[in-house]
Design a binder for this molecule. Structure first.
Ligand code: ATP
Length: 339
């Protein structure tokens, strides 16, 4: 399967008063054409940071000491392979072309991203203008088509001011805006977090619909495993800046091998598990400025031994070449953890 995005050996740090926050460490990850890849992990594991670098929007105190992000362009008319884009070395002009047209991100704090004095139509016109996209009647038609797809009332929303829309409606407007220039990759950072449960449900249904109707790949960032399970084809688990496990969604939930993924899954409440059987992972994530030696999960891991305390494992294939895990104990982890 062709990856449309290949992230190689990527590390990202933030300069803070106490030192360098190692937010992303040596990440290798592919996004395949047409798939929804969920990035899961506790708050602070580096998910947003990784997403931000893909669209090159890291804040100024961030440094990227190593790594490569390669993007495979697809010709929009023929579907054939275009040139490969070296995302981290794009100039200003090329970057403008890349963002929105190839890859768009819907941010976590996006609900407040609207300018309160602009109508939705003006926000669309601004984005379109900045990227040399069609204006006027054509833009309006395209926007309304997208509103229809995200289950908004096209006429009303096009003319609305942000304050006239609910949180869920604004989130759907932003998803529509993200899709305006027909990007091949849409990054959604916790798209439902600020919303109530019904609205959340609604956004999830919209996203599923969009995927069947339009042809794009998606990175779905979430700390909510049940949402990831619903939408994703594959799941990548992050811990302390690293991807510690990647597999198809079924394997992640049925046969996880990393003790951290296992812990996350055991902590998901379901309708059938009794409340007493839900266990959250004891302890907390490491200080990213001053990390422990060895596997960064070892202080919280019930299986950790001497090797785990001294050597950090790399992400390696298991018996299934599509299931990668960074754990010295993966062969026994599942058995030991659920025993
Ligand atoms: P969340 O879901 O809470 O956003 P996350 O998994 O997306 O979590 P990131 O937001 O990528 O994690 O943060 C990774 C680490 O980098 C955290 O320790 C965070 O405090 C730190 N960090 C993020 N942004 C900055 C910044 N601008 N300056 C300094 N440190 C930062």
């Amino acid at each position: 399967e062709i990856p449309i995005l290949s992230i190689r050996n990527l590390s990202i740090s933030y300069q803070a008063k106490r030192g360098w926050v190692q937010a992303v460490r040596n990440v290798n990850l592919d996004v395949r054409m047409g798939e929804a890849l969920a990035l899961i992990g506790e708050s602070g594991s580096g998910k947003t940071t990784l997403g931000l670098e893909i669209v090159r929007l890291l804040p100024s105190n961030a440094r990227v000491p190593q790594g490569e992000i390669l993007y495979q362009k697809i010709k929009k008319n023929s579907g054939g392979l275009g040139p490969t884009v070296d995302v981290m070395n794009l100039g200003t002009q090329a970057l403008r072309q890349f963002r929105w047209k190839e890859c768009a991100m819907v941010f976590q704090a996006a609900l407040n991203a609207f300018n309160p004095v602009l109508r939705v139509s003006d926000q669309f016109a601004d984005t379109a203008r900045a990227h040399g996209y069609k204006q006027g009647r054509e833009l309006e038609e395209r926007a309304k088509e997208l509103f229809h797809l995200v289950r908004l009332e096209p006429e009303r929303v096009w003319k609305a001011y942000p304050h006239e829309l609910s949180g869920g409606m604004r989130q759907r407007v932003l998803i529509a805006l993200g899709l305006l220039l027909e990007p091949q990759l849409l990054i959604l950072d916790e798209p439902t977090t600020a919303l109530d449960i019904l609205t959340q449900r609604n956004i999830m249904d919209v996203l599923k619909d969009l995927r069947t109707q339009l042809n794009f790949s998606m990175i779905f960032i979430s700390h909510d495993l049940s949402l990831a399970a619903e939408l994703a084809d594959r799941v990548a688990t992050m811990y302390a800046g690293r991807v510690v496990e990647v597999s198809d969604v079924y394997t992640t939930f049925k046969h996880p091998h990393h003790p951290y993924t296992i812990g996350l899954i055991k902590a998901v409440p379901t309708l059938t598990t009794h409340k007493d059987n839900i266990s959250s992972i004891p302890g907390s994530p490491p200080d990213l400025i001053n990390m422990p030696a060895g596997c960064k999960f070892h202080p919280r891991c019930p299986l950790a031994d001497d090797r785990c305390r001294h050597e950090e494992p790399n992400l390696e294939p298991t018996t299934n070449p599509d299931h990668l895990v960074a754990c010295w104990k993966w062969k026994t982890a599942r058995l030991d953890m659920t025993a």
